[in-house]
Design a protein around this ligand. Structure first.
Ligand code: IVH
Length: 672
């Protein structure tokens, strides 16, 4: 790189860093993760080291920490608030330990291990045991007076217990627990405000409110991890000093531990790393501190960090990368999920190439576009997700993503029903993405009731290409089945018999078996009763469908969408051609002697429950699952449940099987 190129890059980096500084310190709303910010700063420092003549006093490299804002009065820290040297791998940790032992002349030193809390540092000044001032870290020498806000944090005592020294400056971290953060963000969104990027920004934003009443409503917590100026005697070890602070009523984290050497530190790091996803608050690493204060004093400081402490960071959970494409995936049940294809990026310890965008609303809310730079997050074993876009880096040609209207797998219409967040492929009977789930539902006991056709078998049938849609089941032969894993000739013959037997079914079961979204057993029975046959149901428009008891506009639309897909109709045609049939049901849209009656059925009858339900519905009754004052009567079979008791309690008339059948008149044999 020549000097002109270097200058151009340095200028670009300074502009970008200044923008991020502003977003971070003034708006409390950074658009990139810290690791990305550090990368920009390192690039700037490297270029400035290579071209020292290009260093200017206003370069962000010449300043450390945040500029105190004008809104809060400045507070000078008598004892500066320092930062910590970072280590990212075991080698750097061992180097640290070697230096420590050399400078101390000790064979091994005790280290105090603590979580590195991901919040913001605060200094609390107690005089005569009373909280008199609270200040942020600021640039380390001068912070902001946030006393009024800090007084609203319940975890911070306004008065210390016991006999604290006359002057005690407590140092620690203000943070926001994860559950409180989630609640706060949900409230922000509900109010139409922007959610916070992470708990740390939420904590910082909450502490820098001009109105302390707002801070008071925020779920902030505090852990003490050290001290500044103290007038009075102190114990000779860091661990003892923390115990002392705890004795004064200050919260100190229970996850701290004293270990005898650096191997103990590394074990602590591994253990806390494992526990990290389940902790109630965010941590971004662990901190090792030489426990003996005399050794700390011997080690002293370099630039702005103590030589006696080290932050061992966990792998970053967030990184920036580019969205190369956005595609949709069709799930087992037809749910359409937009997925971002990413330029590979190392985050949370693995290389990530895809991230879910959940659904259309989420995609719109985040306004992710192809070509965008985005922040990707992968925490623990959680599926990687896109946190947000880096608006400063949006290329001019980035275009918004249009949700497809056709399923990329089967070409059926993608529809999103009113009130649902998820769009779905409506080609349920045909769509290869939905094959296994559709088959399992079709064969289930309350649908076509094909005994012996379980998930394992469905896997094999689909994976070997033997079954593409449900109609293929009726073309299987015993020889083919006997060749499958865990299938003998006997079980193959049994399955063929079960498939054959399933051909004779009821219309209600058949409608239910189609797996139309929102059409459960009760709705299927109501549709069968109302239409009497499949053809009029397939032809019915939304208005006609809505006239069926219990079918609302969303269900009606879902049914219409399903039968509108030519592929679904083809599969139905093949099922009928294969010999699937049901007894004709007399469609009675005219005489409805039970119209306006609500009936509950309990216990067992000689006829299947669904058949009785359908027959009652045909006569205009509403069949309900629970007894209430509105129930007209309860049909009580053998071994009735608590519903019979409830009927007696409420004085509701009951019918036994004979009375019920008399009421229904002649039921067609086995038909629903
Ligand atoms: S001790 C002289 N202990 O990390 C040492 N700091 O990079 C001063 N932090 O701004 C810090 N957890 O807010 C210490 N257990 C811990 C910590 C911790 C988080 C933060 C602190 C400080 C930053 C230093």
């Amino acid at each position: 790189m020549d000097q002109a190129e270097a200058k151009a890059r340095i200028d670009a980096l300074r502009r970008e860093i200044a923008e991020h500084d502003y977003r971070y310190y003034v708006l409390d709303a950074p658009s990139i993760p810290d690791a990305e910010y550090d990368r920009l700063m390192r690039e700037l420092l490297a270029l400035e080291a290579q071209f020292p003549e290009l260093v200017t006093p206003d370069s962000p490299s010449q300043r450390v920490g945040g500029a105190p804002s004008a809104a809060f009065a400045p507070v000078r820290h008598e004892v500066p608030m320092l930062s910590l040297a970072n280590a990212f791998d075991e080698g750097e940790v061992r180097d640290f330990d070697r230096r420590v032992r050399e400078l101390c002349g000790e064979a091994a030193v005790d280290y105090h291990c603590e979580p590195k809390f991901d919040g913001l540092a605060i200094s609390l000044r107690y005089e005569g045991g009373a909280l008199v001032q609270a200040a942020t870290r600021g640039d380390g020498s001068t912070g902001e007076d946030v006393t009024a806000n800090v007084r609203t944090i319940a975890a911070i005592p306004l008065r210390l217990r016991g006999e604290p020294p006359p002057l005690l400056e407590v140092r620690g971290e203000v943070y926001m627990p994860r559950d409180g953060f989630a609640r706060l963000n949900a409230e922000q969104v509900a109010r139409g405000e922007k959610p916070f990027a992470n708990p740390r920004n939420a904590a910082a934003g909450s502490l820098r409110q001009l109105d302390p009443r707002i801070t008071a409503g925020r779920p902030l917590r505090f852990y003490a991890y050290g001290h500044g100026r103290v007038d009075g005697d102190l114990p000779g070890r860091h661990s003892e000093r923390l115990a002392m602070l705890q004795g004064y009523g200050l919260p100190v984290c229970g996850l701290r531990r004293l270990v005898p050497d650096i191997d103990g530190c590394l074990r602590y790091y591994a253990e806390l790393g494992r526990r990290r996803p389940t902790l109630p608050y965010d941590i971004d690493g662990v901190v090792y501190k030489v426990d003996r204060i005399d050794l700390q004093e011997r080690l002293g400081y370099v630039s702005r960090a103590p030589r006696w402490a080290l932050a061992h960071k966990f792998p970053a959970e967030e990184a920036v990368t580019v969205v190369e494409n956005i595609e949709v995936q069709i799930g087992r049940t037809g749910a359409v999920t937009p997925v971002a294809r990413l330029k590979p990026v190392f985050v949370g310890g693995v290389t990530v190439t895809n991230a879910t965008l959940h659904n259309e609303d989420e995609l719109r809310r985040k306004d992710v576009r192809i070509g965008d730079s985005v922040v990707v997050r992968r925490a623990g074993d959680v599926i990687p997700e896109i946190v947000g876009v880096v608006p400063e880096r949006r290329p001019a040609e980035a275009r918004p993503f249009e949700m497809p209207t056709r399923c990329p797998v089967c070409g059926s219409a993608i529809v999103r029903l009113e009130g649902e967040a998820v769009a779905r492929c409506s080609g349920g009977l045909y769509c290869p993405a939905q094959r296994k789930a559709t088959l399992a539902h079709f064969a289930s006991r309350r649908a076509m009731d094909i005994d012996g056709l379980g998930d394992k078998l469905i896997e094999q049938l689909v994976d070997r290409g033997l079954v593409r849609d449900v109609s293929d089941l009726y073309r299987l032969d015993a020889a083919t089945l006997a060749g499958l894993e865990r299938m003998g000739e006997k079980s193959a013959a049994k399955l063929i018999a079960a498939i054959e037997a399933s051909k004779r079914t009821t219309l209600a079961r058949f409608i239910y078996a189609l797996g139309i979204r929102h059409v459960g057993e009760a709705t299927a029975a109501a549709l069968a009763a109302h239409f009497g046959d499949l053809e009029p149901l397939m032809q019915a428009d939304v208005d006609t469908l809505t006239a069926v008891p219990d079918v609302g506009p969303v269900v009606a639309q879902s049914i219409r969408n399903f039968f509108d897909q030519p592929h679904n109709r083809e599969v139905i045609g093949r099922l009928l051609a294969a010999g699937v049939r049901w007894s004709p049901v007399e469609a009675r849209t005219g005489a409805r002697p039970l119209a306006g009656k609500t009936i509950v059925i309990t216990g067992t009858f000689s006829r299947p429950r669904e058949e009785l339900t359908a027959a009652l519905q045909r006569l205009g009754a509403k069949v309900s699952g629970s007894v209430s004052k509105k129930t007209s009567f309860v049909a009580v079979g053998d071994n009735p449940g608590s519903k019979a008791d409830k009927a007696a309690e409420l004085g509701i008339p009951t019918l036994d099987e004979a009375a019920l059948l008399a009421l229904l008149g002649d039921l067609p044999p086995g038909g629903a």
